[in-house]
Design a protein around this ligand. Structure first.
Ligand code: SAH
Length: 290
């Protein structure tokens, strides 16, 4: 085997399976914020599968705009994005997403506007893509799955997203919830999310905040739903406390092996935990970064 000429997968401008991007590939842009297939307990990874439901706190943790708008440089994607969105939604259905409001929201947000022009032609593949700063835009299935799980059978008023990244999931959420508060710890991405969201018309209100989402947003709590888009070894207790009664939080949890975990607040001091799909996400990190 020949030694690779460039041993760093993080170098700017490296080739990845999506081609050359000035943003670099990120640590694992092709496989972060994605589902891991073939490891689901049922063998049917698209299906949610509660494997554990316990009263009390989670384990290991705390004690108890309309599409179609192309842009310069994105080639004829504006024209093709309608069809690409239809295909993406059809694929999500095949993959087990059946919440019509979520599918309509996924259909309404032009994902190619959230990625670098060089990657826009891949925007409607079922893949995470690099957005710079070694972070990724989540795989469409992951976005649809997380929102479906928290939105199922309920109206969402106020939602918190931890890890806004480029703002894509916040835009989808703004078609489902009346108020979306999205927090991002990397300043460049916070600015990117604001820029991207400003370009779109969405029915709900979206507020992007620069800060450490592990502390949540106490001034805006309680939330009907909290979605964490980065994986920690345990879900911060502070965030569980910011759930409204009956509220739901979904987050990837774990290190090398991660799963989506759904936690529902069933009482003032009671939370119920369900483990769902095997996934791989970028890390949840403390503090902020300029
Ligand atoms: N929601 C995005 C996914 C972004 S990737 C989408 O729509 O595709 C996850 C993001 O979480 C990264 O931008 C990362 O910087 C951010 N993140 C990690 N730890 C965080 C924290 N403690 N507070 C806020 N954001 C955090």
């Amino acid at each position: 085997m020949r030694k690779p000429l460039n041993p760093s997968p993080f170098a700017s401008g490296t080739l990845n399976r999506f081609g050359r991007s000035s943003l670099g590939s990120g640590p694992s842009a092709a496989n972060s914020n994605t589902r891991i297939l073939g490891t689901g307990p049922s063998g049917r990874p698209a299906a949610g599968h509660p494997v554990q439901a316990a009263a009390g706190m989670p384990s290991g943790g705390a004690a108890s705009a309309p599409p179609g708008g192309g842009r310069a440089g994105a080639g004829n994607l504006g024209l093709n994005s309608e069809r690409s969105l239809e295909r993406m939604v059809a694929r999500l259905r095949e993959q087990g997403i059946d919440n019509e409001a979520v599918l309509a929201a996924m259909r309404a947000v032009p994902r190619h506007l959230f990625v670098d022009d060089g990657l826009a032609s891949h925007a409607y593949e079922d893949a995470a893509l690099p957005i710079g700063h070694e972070q990724t835009i989540s795989q469409p299935w992951v976005v649809a799955r997380m929102i479906s799980v928290v939105a199922e059978g309920r109206e969402l008023n106020k939602v918190l997203e931890v890890g806004a990244g480029c703002g894509y999931q916040a835009a989808v959420l703004a078609h489902i919830a009346k108020e979306v508060h999205a927090i991002e710890r990397i300043h460049g991405l916070y600015e990117m999310a604001r820029r991207n969201l400003r370009k779109l018309r969405v029915p709900g209100r979206v507020r992007v905040v620069f800060g450490d989402g592990m502390a949540g947003l106490p001034g805006s709590a309680p939330f009907d739903a909290i979605i964490i888009a980065a994986a920690g070894l345990k879900i911060p207790r502070t965030l569980l406390e910011q759930l409204a009664p009956g509220g739901r939080l979904i987050a990837p949890e774990g290190g090398a092996n991660q799963r989506l975990v759904l936690i529902e607040r069933t009482g003032a001091a009671n939370w119920q935990r369900h483990e769902l799909d095997a996934v791989r996400f970028v890390p949840l990190k403390p503090g902020t970064q300029y």
